[in-house]
Design a protein around this ligand. Sequence first.
Ligand code: FE2
Length: 311
Amino acid sequence: MCTLFSCTKVVAMVLNKSSINCLPEYPAPPDGQLSEDMLRDFREQGCLLLTGFVSERDCARLKSRAHELIEKFDPRSVKSVFSAMEQTQLGDRYFEESGGKIRFFFEKDAFDDNGQLRQSKEDSLNKIGHAMHDLDPVFDAFSRTAKLAAAVDSLGYSDPVILQSMYILKPPRIGGEVYCHQDSTFLYTEPETCTGFWFALEDATVDNGCMHFIPGAHTGPLKELHQRGSDGKMGFTTLDHTPWPAGATRPAEAKAGTLVIFDGRAPHMSGPNLSANSRHAYTLHVIDRSSHYPADNWLQRGPDLPLRGFD
Ligand code: FE2
């Protein structure tokens, strides 16, 4: 948890805000337009929490649609596992070709020794990805509100496009840990233009594996690149060997409906979910179309599904 010293400045900035988070947090602006104070905090801390950005009804609608998609998914058809810690998805074509698809990825502890699911199908999935925002009308509508477009515009994008979407389930008891990383490692552009937009659809707490950030560390270098090598295999290249400072992460507990905006270089992680409650969230990553998108990034789109902005 925060020390008094480390929290002092942030508490001063977020006066009148009631939260245990030592991260900048504001009530969401009704029109989505970020204020000067919000933008200053975002630039200084690398992340920004906006409570009540999404209504309870819209959170429920997205959860319901995800439930419908999961109901239609036959787990006997594919057993692709996503594990941030063990990188089990490396070399998995079902994963690597999901940039323009709606695909389903299990938790690493989803199956028992006989290959049977230990929990319900929904409580066995790590995530759905990575193009619901372009392929499903409910996700499309959620991803392209005027309010979100205004928030994105506030950040100074000239031609923002939504690169990927993920529905993250962080299921009870088996929700996997995610190591400290920067999203620009995986969604790299030149210059770097990646920003994450993470919507809590259920309350995210320390107990059920909320995100944690290292405030201010986005001003440091990008530490790794995830690229396809000349042999066609994905791998990591270390750019900076300096370890993350010990004990510097701060929890980003978020009530359902909160939007967390974070810089592509903002280091973040989440613990395992050992609780009895799921932690559903929806994430979008935005880049600027004017930046160069390398052909060796893992996520590629074919000409049949070009990237779209917020229109
Ligand atoms: Fe991430």
